[in-house]
Design a protein around this ligand. Structure first.
Ligand code: NI
Length: 187
């Protein structure tokens, strides 16, 4: 049996969440282990998407599983993902983020996107995403470019969330982590 290995998730504000991640040069055992750790960490959180910078690894790697509660698990690992097409039509969705717990806001993004990436076997893949999958893949690719969903908000709302997060981080440093929430759609 494989031991589960959870990695700590960085919380905003953190300079690593604002940096651009580097392309993955080689798919090897270390990368496969990282991807599995990220999936374990995402499911445990619980969340539906996670990008490597959120666990402090500045590589272009994301994982996600947007299967609904009554559907079988559908874990995906995307290496060096790139958006190759976006629909003209846009749609709002109330987003959250594992690095910004307990905060949610509407973000408007293209309703459909096409993404190209490399899988863990080194094969190039292209797929079109819609619905929650489209929201999630765009949110996670933003993480690889140092962009958070709060960067889509106005400066007043963003500043308010950032100050609350600074306070949360001080509280965690003093008292330890708070009990987990149960909100859906944290990415
Ligand atoms: Ni996020």
């Amino acid at each position: 049996m494989r031991a589960m290995s959870l990695r700590p998730i960085l919380l905003h504000p953190d300079p690593r969440l604002k940096a651009v991640a580097k392309p993955v040069a080689q798919i090897d055992e270390g990368l496969r282990r990282l991807a599995q750790d990220m999936l374990d960490t995402m499911y445990d959180a619980p969340g539906i998407g996670l990008a490597a910078p959120q666990v402090g690894v500045m590589s272009r790697l994301i994982v996600m599983d947007c299967a609904k509660g009554d559907e079988p698990a559908q874990p995906m690992v995307l290496v060096n993902p790139e958006v190759t097409w976006t629909s003209e039509e846009k749609a709002p969705y109330e987003e959250g983020c594992l690095s910004i717990p307990e905060h949610f806001a509407d973000v408007t993004r293209p309703r459909e996107v096409e993404v190209r990436w490399t899988d863990l076997d080194g094969q190039s893949q292209t797929q079109r995403f819609d619905g929650l999958w489209a929201v999630c893949v765009q949110h996670e690719i933003d993480h690889l470019n140092g962009k958070l969903f709060i960067d889509y908000l106005g400066p007043i709302k963003r500043g308010m969330i950032t100050r609350k997060m600074e306070k949360l981080k001080r509280d965690i440093a003093r008292d330890g982590p708070a009990p987990k929430g149960h909100e859906a759609a944290r990415l």
